[in-house]
Design a protein around this ligand. Structure first.
Ligand SMILES: Cc1cc2nc3c(=O)[nH]c(=O)nc-3n(C[C@H](O)[C@H](O)[C@H](O)COP(=O)(O)OP(=O)(O)OC[C@H]3O[C@@H](n4cnc5c(N)ncnc54)[C@H](O)[C@@H]3O)c2cc1C
Length: 464
């Protein structure tokens, strides 16, 4: 069987992939044995696009939408079966953070607001992509980038039908973990350098299993009586004090000291953000395996505690567990610029801004204990002023053909703790998709793109 298939035409649609020649997939040793005389539907496919976006989270969706809107053939590839990233995979929500961006406002409006509709947000995202003219492929994890020297020229996808090679003029890495940049050899940082109360230990923020409970009697809850922060129990304690004391008494697992109960779209439901696993690496398969099991085990104790202590939760039960654990922090790809804590505290503007007015606290879940990192406690944390994100944070320092978007852009551990939230991630995607389209059309590298032209599109809505 020939493995030497012709490349698909640049304008070929994904539908063409399904009709690809039925060649056996090179690399899977049992490919021959599985044929059984039936038509062999596996095959090594390939295609070529102007802009390839890897990762279907808020950053990737925004990037693909913008690239397609600039008239580029655009393909978004996502490793799992749903669009939406952490929101659909890990039950993360609501959408937090602020930016000055009409594009972001439009997306948030289209997906029904900040209070995530966990059941259908993926379909709303799919409609957005279809309207923009971007194609997407689910169940298509990137196995490896294809490189020519230090330039990414596409990727190889690992799919159930075999490998699919996608050639791209420009690739956007919106995988959250910076998988494409990492595999292409880009310089990156991971974990924390020395801070106000810690050494440079390289620890990342903890991972968490968020989950949903149903059977809550809303009228009795803290949210219905002033809110979780202001609610006081008969002995005068706040909810945070109740959980802190329970942690000290050993009533809660050793890493659970705060239990956040988020309103859901239904009054009788809450999404719970409480479990925590420290000291593990979200890019290491063994660590991820341990984290999944350890954090899921904590859920029982948290629910039992909620039933006993949280008003309105007496009959609460777990009604949804996430598909995967929530990963807050991994690689930050070193870019031509790097956002720092000082930039956020000063609310620093930039002439090269591609995101303006970004705003969210430096929310560092403690990598080495419970709650927030010491030095970043509520009331004592550095106050963030609305800040700009310069284009250089999206352009890898050492790799061409590639832009990054979302939580893997260039910044410090502290700055990332602010810009990692979904609304700001989306805004970086808007900028990356626009710049990718400009670079692809002009046949230039992202580092050579005129920032003014990106700004015209992302801030002024001008056609590129
Ligand atoms: C426990 C937890 C609670 C949080 N709480 C909030 C909150 O309340 N509000 C808020 O706004 N933010 C919250 N965040 C932060 C936020 O969810 C993420 O930082 C945000 O989703 C980042 O967006 P992104 O597009 O960069 O990455 P992601 O949302 O992670 O999306 C990346 C996408 O890329 C895909 N992908 C990864 N690798 C590959 C690959 N090799 N090939 C193909 N596809 C790949 C993934 O499957 C995923 O769909 C929380 C995060 C966690 C972990």
């Amino acid at each position: 069987m020939s493995l030497d298939l012709p490349r698909m035409n640049r304008r070929s649609s994904l539908k063409g992939l399904a009709m690809g020649a039925a060649a056996a997939f090179a690399g899977w040793p049992c490919a021959e044995a599985a044929s059984n005389g039936l038509p062999d539907k596996r095959g090594q496919d390939s295609m070529a696009v102007d802009v390839l976006v890897c990762g279907g989270g808020p950053a990737g969706i925004a990037a693909a939408m913008m690239a397609a809107r600039q008239g580029c053939t655009t393909l978004l590839v996502e490793r799992y079966g749903r669009l939406g990233g952490m929101a659909v995979q890990a039950l993360v929500g609501p959408l937090m953070g602020r930016v000055q961006s009409a594009w972001v406002d439009r997306i948030v409006d289209r997906i029904g607001g900040r209070n995530v509709d966990y059941e259908f947000i993926d379909l709303a995202y799919a409609e957005l992509l279809a309207e923009a003219g971007a194609e997407y492929l689910l169940h298509a994890p990137v196995l490896a980038p294809v490189c020519n020297g230090n330039r990414v020229t596409g990727v190889s996808l690992l799919t159930k039908q075999g490998a699919i090679d996608v050639a791209a003029k420009i690739t956007v890495d919106a995988t959250g973990d910076g998988d494409i940049a990492f595999a292409a050899g880009a310089a990156y940082d991971q974990g924390r350098a020395a801070g106000p109360s810690w050494d440079a230990d390289g620890l990342c923020q903890p991972m968490s299993i968020m989950f949903r409970v149903s059977g809550v009697v809303h009228e009795e809850t803290m949210e219905a009586h002033g809110g979780r922060r202001d609610y006081r129990f008969p002995d005068g304690r706040s909810w945070n004090e109740i959980t802190r004391d329970a942690h000290a008494n050993g009533e809660l697992p050793p890493t659970v000291g705060f239990i956040r109960t988020y309103l859901s779209r239904r009054e009788d439901q809450r999404v719970i953000n409480a479990t925590q696993v420290n000291g593990l690496d979200g890019t290491n398969a063994r660590d991820l395996t341990k984290a999944e099991i350890d954090a899921r085990r904590q859920v029982h104790a948290v629910v039992e505690f909620l039933r006993k202590r949280a008003p309105g939760f007496q009959s609460a039960y777990v009604s949804a567990m996430p598909a995967v654990i929530g990963v807050r922090e991994t690689r930050r790809i070193r870019g031509l610029a790097c956002l720092t804590l000082q930039d956020l505290v000063e609310g620093r503007g930039s002439e090269a801004a591609v995101v303006r007015g970004a705003s969210y606290p430096v929310d560092i879940h403690n990598p080495a204990g419970i709650g927030q990192a010491i030095g970043f406690l509520p009331g004592n944390d550095p106050q963030v002023q609305p800040y700009d994100i310069p284009y250089g944070c999206l352009v890898p320092e050492s790799v061409d053909g590639l832009l990054v978007a979302g939580r893997c852009i260039s910044g410090s551990h502290e700055a990332m703790a602010s810009y990692r939230v979904q609304v700001i991630a989306m805004a970086t995607g808007i900028a990356a998709g626009t710049a990718a389209a400009l670079a692809a059309r002009a046949g230039m590298q992202p580092r050579a793109v005129d920032v003014n032209r990106v700004q015209d599109v992302v801030f002024d809505g001008k056609p590129a």
